[in-house]
Design a protein around this ligand. Structure first.
Ligand SMILES: *Cc1c(COP(=O)(O)O)cnc(C)c1O
Length: 228
């Protein structure tokens, strides 16, 4: 690549600027500190050619929902640009826990005791510990993953006892409904449990999530365009 020829701003880079502005505006409406929200660019299904322009535009935090897909794409991209932070936002099978712990800096889908145990073993074996978000089944939709609200205190206690670095809670509200009440409830659950991290908000609702205290928003299609 010839460094002195300016490349045209790609759509991805333009979208990144717009999303960052909208996050900043939502932070200011809610009187939150500028930069209090981390934007996770969810790059699932998109290839390196689609991702690299975002890296070139300064984005360093990315999300994937499948371990194998991330293993195939990210090591090469990370070799080109140091300092990239990878978040697993999709459901995780216990037999992939070790691979996930090797590759990811954060795991947003801790939702059951068997996965807590598998992650604790993997962290011990690999010698690195990704930040863990406990996913809450906030809309009572078990097919989406997430632990039932009634199981949350016990799961948090297990995760902490197993030594997982529990950063906060994560939720995916029901599609087609106003997400704000679900974000507010997730924020309350985090507060009640003394957790600072809140992973909530996607392309269609990240501003509401930011005003309700999200520390991490997970934005895919608004950055990359629709997925195939
Ligand atoms: C795909 C995905 C996202 C991003 O969704 P968009 O609507 O494309 O922004 C966020 N969170 C999770 C858990 C996802 O699977």
């Amino acid at each position: 690549m010839t460094p002195f020829i300016a490349r045209p701003m790609t759509n991805a880079a333009t979208s990144l600027g717009r999303i960052r502005d909208r996050i900043a505006h939502a932070e200011s409406i809610a009187r939150r500190d500028a930069g209090a929200t981390t934007l996770i660019a969810v790059s699932k299904t998109h290839d390196a050619a689609a991702i690299q322009p975002l890296i070139d535009a300064g984005q360093r935090v990315f999300g994937e929902n499948r371990v194998q897909e991330a293993q195939a794409k990210w090591p090469a991209l990370q070799a080109l640009t140091p300092g990239i932070e990878l978040h697993l936002v999709g459901q995780l099978q216990s037999n992939k826990a070790e691979d996930a712990v090797r590759l990811f800096d954060a795991i947003h889908s801790v939702d059951r005791p068997s996965l807590v145990a598998a992650l604790a073993r993997a962290i011990d074996k690999v010698g690195r510990a990704p930040a863990c978000f406990v996913q809450v089944d906030i809309g009572d939709e078990p097919q989406k993953g997430g632990c039932a609200l009634s199981d949350l205190p016990a799961l948090l206690a297990e995760a902490q006892a197993a030594g997982l670095p529990v950063a906060g809670l994560m939720c995916v509200p029901p599609a087609g409904l106003d997400a704000a009440p679900y974000f507010a409830l997730t924020a309350k659950l985090a507060r009640d449990n003394g957790l600072a991290g809140l992973s909530m908000g996607m392309s269609d609702d990240f501003e509401a999530a930011v005003t309700l205290g999200a520390t991490h928003v997970r934005v895919g299609s608004a950055l990359f365009g629709p997925r195939a």
